[in-house]
Write a protein that binds this ligand. Structure first.
Ligand SMILES: *Cc1c(COP(=O)(O)O)cnc(C)c1O
Length: 430
């Protein structure tokens, strides 16, 4: 496969942009080589500047659940642009998208739109602290909540991949009030609440983790999270920036049957445009300015073009829910890759929830960051490039979740399994 135009375009970008990318996960740092540079995308496919076509299991890292350039989203967005692209004053599409979110997620009684997932978690944290009058926050190693200073400790996603659990530039004071626990470790959770319960403002987590590779939560862990936060008066924040409208229309909390106090959203709710949101209990949300004293603002928040893309995406997901079909295709993919990896004799763990999955190159069950780290990332890198050569674009790191999209069909699953069979044989051969 010729990728020379991508290599040239990337080299050019490196002259004027740090590392040639505007977000580090896009550089192929963890797998070696240079990233493909995208010319356009349609349905389940990415097309690079060399004219190669890839079946896309990244979907812009989550947002593109309908596939690329979905006609309903394209039309709604073009119509919105013709009405002007930003007002800095209230507009009805903001309320329409808010109503869709509130109807979709029962725990979200009110919602505030921002422009990224990072902004959503940062604002939810400030609100939780403002509401409780407490400073301490619990997060879990391997969960990624955007590049919020206070949460950039043992963060997953690209921070983990690049081996920078604590980024330079984050003052110690910013993370002093952040307690980091092991995901799925119920005992540690109990201990930290027993010792500090009356000082804890919030616990934030990915209810199903995508950012250390796919890791589901344990039943007891979830039950205890809710029980302890209730008992000690701390807020439970589900970061559903990735899982919201992904695992079900009502997010991971619908699948799990959970009721957090606050929820953060992003990715899918923007339909491919920059949108984030935080919402939850009305009594808490009413503390946000101007209803309450907790400051949070944004010039482009609730942008009408982005709202139109979000509304079109959510309406499509509501009218034609893809979730059962995505889960069935996910199960077929899981079964096929499991057969292929077993046949190749490669030690592996395949974690999957609905349309999110990760093939870990380890024999150890992956339930937290430490077990995820037992993966053979060299083998992952080999697997990644073998799949690229067969036209399948996977996340370029072992510690990320892959996504099926509703634009995919059973044929795409069959093709991917066939590609994986050859790729895993090549991995086994070394
Ligand atoms: C992507 C992601 C974020 C950050 O969102 P950005 O829009 O990249 O700032 C936060 N939390 C989770 C769980 C995410 O997957």
């Amino acid at each position: 496969m010729n990728r020379s135009k991508s290599a040239a375009a990337y080299a050019r970008a490196c002259q004027v942009t740090p590392g040639g990318v505007n977000s580090p996960a896009r550089a192929f740092g963890a797998v070696g080589g240079s990233p493909i540079v995208i010319a356009r995308a349609a349905g389940p496919y990415l097309h690079d500047v060399d004219g190669n076509r890839y079946l896309d299991f990244v979907g812009s890292w989550g947002p593109m659940i309908l596939g690329h350039a979905h006609p309903a989203v394209v039309e709604a967005t073009i119509a919105a642009v013709r009405n002007g692209s930003s007002y800095g004053a209230p507009s009805e599409p903001e309320t329409e998208l808010a109503e869709l979110v509130v109807q979709a997620i029962p725990s979200v009684e009110m919602v505030r739109f921002v422009s990224s997932g990072t902004e959503a978690t940062m604002s939810a944290l400030r609100l939780a602290r403002g509401y409780t009058g407490r400073d301490l926050v619990i997060k879990f190693a391997g969960c990624y909540h955007g590049h919020v200073d206070a949460l950039l400790v043992s963060a997953g996603s690209s921070a983990l991949t690049h081996g920078v659990p604590n980024s330079p530039g984050v003052p110690k004071g910013c993370t002093d009030d952040t307690l980091v626990l092991r995901y799925n470790d119920t005992t540690a959770l109990r201990d930290v609440f027993r010792a500090n319960g009356d000082r804890i403002a919030a616990v934030i987590l990915e209810p199903v983790v995508g950012n250390m590779g796919l890791v589901p939560p344990g039943e007891e862990f979830r039950k205890e999270l809710r029980a302890l936060t209730h008992r000690y008066g701390a807020l439970l924040i589900y970061d559903e920036v990735m899982t919201g409208f992904r695992l079900a229309y009502g997010g991971a909390q619908e699948v799990l049957g959970d009721t957090p106090d606050l929820t953060t959203l992003g990715k899918i709710i923007g339909g491919g445009y920059p949108v984030g949101a935080y919402g939850g209990r009305a009594d808490v949300m009413k503390k946000v300015m101007p209803a309450g004293p907790v400051f949070q603002a944004g010039t482009l928040s609730g942008n009408p073009v982005a709202m139109a893309a979000g509304i079109a995406t959510l309406k499509e997901l509501k009218a034609h829910p893809p979730y059962e079909r995505l889960d069935r295709m996910g199960a077929d993919l899981e079964a096929g890759i499991t057969r292929a990896a077993t046949g190749a004799g490669v030690p592996f763990r395949l974690n999957r929830v609905g349309s999110m999955w990760t093939l870990f190159f380890t024999a150890t069950p992956v339930t937290d960051l430490d077990s995820a780290r037992t993966s053979d990332t060299k083998r992952f890198g080999k697997f990644f490039w073998e799949m690229m050569d067969r036209g399948v674009y996977l996340p370029c790191s072992q510690f990320e979740a892959a996504f099926l999209s509703a634009a995919m069909t059973d044929d795409h699953v069959t093709q991917t399994v066939a590609a994986a069979r050859e790729a895993l044989a090549a991995v086994a051969a070394g």
